[in-house]
Design a protein around this ligand. Sequence first.
Ligand code: M6R
Length: 369
Amino acid sequence: EKGGWSSFMAKEVSEEPDAVANTIRGRVHDGQVVIPELDGLDEIFTGIRRIIVIACGTAAYAGQTGAYAIEQWTRVPVSVELAHEFRYRDPVLGDDTLVVSISQSGETMDTLMAVKYAHERGAKTLSICNTQGATIPRESDAVIYTHAGPEVAVASTKAFVAQITALYLLALHVARVRGSLPAAEAADHVRELEAVPGKISRVLETEQAHIEQFSRWMADTQSVLFLGRHVGYPIALEGALKLKEISYIHAEGFAAGELKHGPIALIEPGQPVFVIVPSPRESAELHKKVVSNIQEIRARGARVIVVAEEGDAAVLPFADEVLHIPLAGPFFEPLLAVVPLHIFAMGLATAKGLDVDQPRNLAKSVTVE
Ligand code: M6R
């Protein structure tokens, strides 16, 4: 039931704070992450030497986002792969490899086949899934459920933030078992994670009307680019996917550092570019580089829409629109920065008179390879 909302997608975006909060619930004890479903798996977590994350679409971008924290906190090397590419390159797998699959539906055939393949070759498999009892968790050695609630709109939104949350919980659980992170530091991350739902609510309260307004002005736009760096990079990819999917507008996400290696040639006067700006407090060096990217594209006439931390004055002179997100610790910004992008995709599709819940050519769950 849409419960008064104009679309399921609008309802589900409004539920992003709850999706995060409900996924954390019951998994934190005295400032430490203990995931009851992973009880008895300590030996696996201490024995692994590699983690491979596999998923498709938005779930893969959640994986790409989570990978930074998993590697940082557990000191286990992590790679992320599209599930449909994974099997076709004869990957090296063994019992020291943990394959983490991510799927909202738990029925995506590409992901399921990749999980089975990994299992047959002796890897340990853990799935992150939003649907109780779905096929992928049944085929996996372990599962962490995201508690985002049923997601009806084809475009995945609340499941995305819940997936990143589950990956952070997994990272903190494994880090505790492996002793790779001082307890005080882990407790800081837990506090940051627990503060995310309130901060997402703030973004929804303060930015929704503003974004809907400028997305209406952009209804005739032909193409939109998204730039990000580090954890902001998969968020740029996610922003572009959402726009393609429901507004049928050409959109591309790039790593900001890649601009000068080609994409800057696309910049011409009036080209809208979203830039996810890293926090100047948490990553001064990256922040400086992204601000200089903004200056480069602005000088070529781009219309720059920045997603930046509250109080980041350095971006103001170069931005046509500023979307603010509250201050957050390292790794937690993406959970906030994605929210304006979800609202924007929805606003633009609505302005074009499109059905945001049922975009053409797409199904909610892709059960064919
Ligand atoms: O159910 P899954 O999470 O396995 O689905 C994976 C993708 O098909 C899905 O995220 C798709 O990219 C979304 N429609 C994007 O909004």
